[in-house]
Design a protein around this ligand. Structure first.
Ligand code: PLP
Length: 465
């Protein structure tokens, strides 16, 4: 064994102590660390011939890169939809690395870590009030979850048209209906060869809504003359967190033939709020659902689940089977995640989720969701109270989408205000466009955020306006 490796192995305890101290210092002071930094990266390093060992390498990292780490899991990182990292999820994540299982099987073909994954999927189903009829699994993010669900949808659509797409490729036109899909669904359609321009755009409801217009949806379905299609619906659009009417879609399903996918990346957690859970009524009737864990569940990147109805297991296996590896056995007889999702080798992403769900329970998560909803409402009220600013849409759940009030104010003003705000390092929000207007988004999905943080940002904004 290489000498450096040998030395590192014998000083593992020291290494862990250093990392653990650095980690807890970071997390303890995350509220003080800049939420947004503008640090120029140093010139790229060269590949060393002789290694320096872990402790020296840690020094090097602390010199070169550590100051550039932003408080992305801190209380005032409101850009995109970025969750935090609960202590339990960090513990689970560290142990995932240490145990380094290759999660595939639940029945002892090498390891049984898929049993942990199946158990965790079960916990999530209970948390989200979804029935056992959904088979779930872990992927890197909602993008890959949408990809996985839409890949099975594609196989289903092919089957309806007499085309085994996994074997033959796409031979016929694919009909996809949607109103306000997340960009990652469009990317998935492109990756899956279904073609992002094959989307049949359905209108959104009138009155500043992003939800699907049901009359237009039905009119477009009729025009398809009975041809099967995929419907991509939204449980929480990114700009204004609008939800499609799932009860109405479920009713349409009794008359028409389609695969129903719901992107509930963060909106699925609305189920934990008594005041907002009705937004998800009847969502369990969908064929497939995307839920992100590294957003509102507050676990480290990369973590999301897909849920696909068990009744489609054969289609899912046809789509993802790793069939040219005979040692893996019959994919329908031997449960193995590599026949059910894109990756073959995977780390045990379920473990951080398993830890955090046990550590904080339904009550803990309910609390996080309710706090974030209240913070979004308070921040929305602040925007309404300032004559210079306006909401671009009502605060429907946990996101505030706003801009300057005067219609003559152009994109430059939004950009420079946002840049000045982010440059303080106290807050990070991200730019957006909503119905052709430049705006700013603040998304509340972090367990650390408090009313004090909201007040601090309001004061800061007041001083810059
Ligand atoms: C964030 C998000 C995605 C993409 O998720 P990643 O985790 O970034 O891959 C997809 N859909 C919705 C609604 C999202 O909010």
């Amino acid at each position: 064994m290489n000498g450096q490796l040998q030395e590192d192995l014998s000083s593992l305890e020291k290494i862990f102590q250093l990392i653990s101290r650095q980690g807890s210092d970071y997390l303890k002071n995350i509220g003080e660390r800049p939420a947004s930094t503008i640090i120029e990266p140093a010139a790229p390093a060269h590949m060393p011939y002789e290694g320096i060992g872990t402790i020296e390498t840690l020094r090097k990292f602390n010199d070169r890169w550590e100051p550039a780490m932003v408080a992305a899991s801190g209380p005032r990182y409101w850009g995109f939809v970025t969750g935090g990292t609960t202590p339990a999820s960090i513990a689970g994540d560290w142990l995932t690395t240490i145990y380094d299982q290759n999660t595939q099987s639940a029945k002892g073909d090498g390891d049984i870590s898929a049993a942990i994954e199946l158990e965790t999927v079960g916990l999530l189903r209970e948390l989200l009030e979804l029935p056992d009829a959904f088979l779930g699994g872990f992927v890197t993010g909602a993008t890959m979850s949408n990809f996985t669900c839409l890949a099975v949808a594609r196989q289903w659509l092919g089957q309806q048209l007499g085309n085994d797409i996994a074997k033959e490729g796409i031979t016929q036109k694919m009909n996809i209906l949607t109103a306000t899909p997340h960009s990652s669904s469009i990317k998935s359609l492109a990756l899956l060869g279904m073609g992002s321009s094959n989307i049949l755009q359905v209108k959104t409801m009138e009155g500043n809504r992003e939800a699907i217009d049901l009359h237009d949806l039905e009119a477009q379905i009729r025009q398809l003359n009975g041809a099967p299609f995929i419907l991509i619906s939204s449980a929480g659009t990114v700009n204004t967190v609008d939800f499609d009417d799932f009860s109405a879609i479920a009713a349409l399903r009794k008359q028409y033939h389609f695969w129903w996918h719901i992107d509930a990346a963060f909106g699925g957690f609305a189920i934990l709020s008594d005041t907002h859970k009705q937004l998800l009524k009847d969502w369990e009737q969908a064929d497939s659902i995307t839920v992100d864990c590294h957003k509102w569940l507050n676990v480290p990147y990369e973590n999301a689940v897909f849920f696909v109805k068990e009744q489609h297991r054969m289609l899912q296996v046809t789509t993802f089977q790793n069939s040219n590896a005979p040692y893996l056995g019959d994919p329908l007889e031997h449960f193995n995640y590599l026949n059910l999702l894109p990756e073959n080798s995977r780390r045990l992403k379920a473990l951080p989720v398993w830890f955090t769900l046990h550590a904080y329970g339904r009550r803990g998560y309910r609390h996080i969701v309710e706090n974030n909803i209240r913070q979004a409402q308070n921040f929305g009220a602040f925007i309404r109270s300032r004559p210079e600013l306006s909401l671009l849409a009502p605060v429907r759940l946990n996101t505030v989408c706003f801009s300057f009030s005067a219609p003559s104010d152009d994109a430059k003003k939004v950009t420079s205000f946002l840049a000045a705000l982010n440059k303080t390092g106290k807050i990070f929000m991200s730019p957006t466009h909503y119905k052709g207007q430049p705006g700013i988004r603040a998304a509340f999905v972090n367990f650390r955020t408090t009313e004090k943080d909201v007040e601090l940002v309001q004061e800061l904004m007041g001083s810059l306006l």
